[in-house]
Write a protein that binds this ligand. Sequence first.
Ligand code: NAD
Ligand code: ZN
Length: 248
Amino acid sequence: MDKRKLKRAAELIDRAGHILVFAGSGLSAESGIPTFRGEDGMYSNPDVLRYAHADALREEPEAALAWFQKMRDMIDDYEPNPGHYALARICAERDCTIATQNVDRLLESAFLREGLTKEGIWHLHGSLFRSRCDVCDEPLEEPPTDYTAAECDECGGIIRPDVTLFGEMLPEAPYLRAQGAAHVADVVLLLGTSGIVYPAATIPGLARSHGAKLIEINPNPTELSEIADVVIRGKTGEVLPEIDRLLA
Ligand code: NAD
Ligand code: ZN
């Protein structure tokens, strides 16, 4: 790891009035959750393309709901990795907006287990651990234990995970939050994201046009590398703990 770049990243974070974290599936990769486009990525799994599409809920709801149930139960078994914990420690004491494209809740778990609190972790593509009615949009306080057997108390509609499926729009509130943070952020941390899923991928460029410094942490080059001010080629589970140590 390039010590000079780590130091530069830590300095920028330390001096920042506001920090925007823009995270993607690479942040959870070291927990064991496959990324989207990696070698064993979810994109190569035909079930993902079939059931993570809005059409499946309309055309084959029972199969789609059974698949969501399987995904949620599977993802629930994973644990936060050192990158999640370090990020929680870095953000807890600082003015920081976290916008993640991930639908897991590993970052929330990391905050909780570190005994830290965070007002909001904004899920740009929703979360598998929240649910709502597919018909009237009514959110549920607790996701059902079994999606295939649940229905909406208000209208009898299907209960689905509150995630953005292919063919659907992003939820407005998290996107507006991330855009707002992009206007005021001094530093943006680009963590484990390829930067090719739109419209989320417009956020880093927006922040940069408002003067933010971009720090990319990713073992591979991405669409965002060119506009990043500091590029650290490494895994978030290894780099973020180093930065956290420098900040301590
Ligand atoms: P992506 O698959 O397009 O890109 C993943 C990026 O992570 C790549 O650039 C890769 O080089 C990098 N990466 C891999 N291992 C890493 C590590 N250990 N440390 C740091 N970086 C690492 O993912 P994306 O940009 O998040 O976009 C894909 C979409 O897929 C997102 O919208 C997200 O909603 C969804 N998704 C979510 C999860 C999850 O919730 N954990 C998992 C897969 C896909
Ligand atoms: Zn309903």
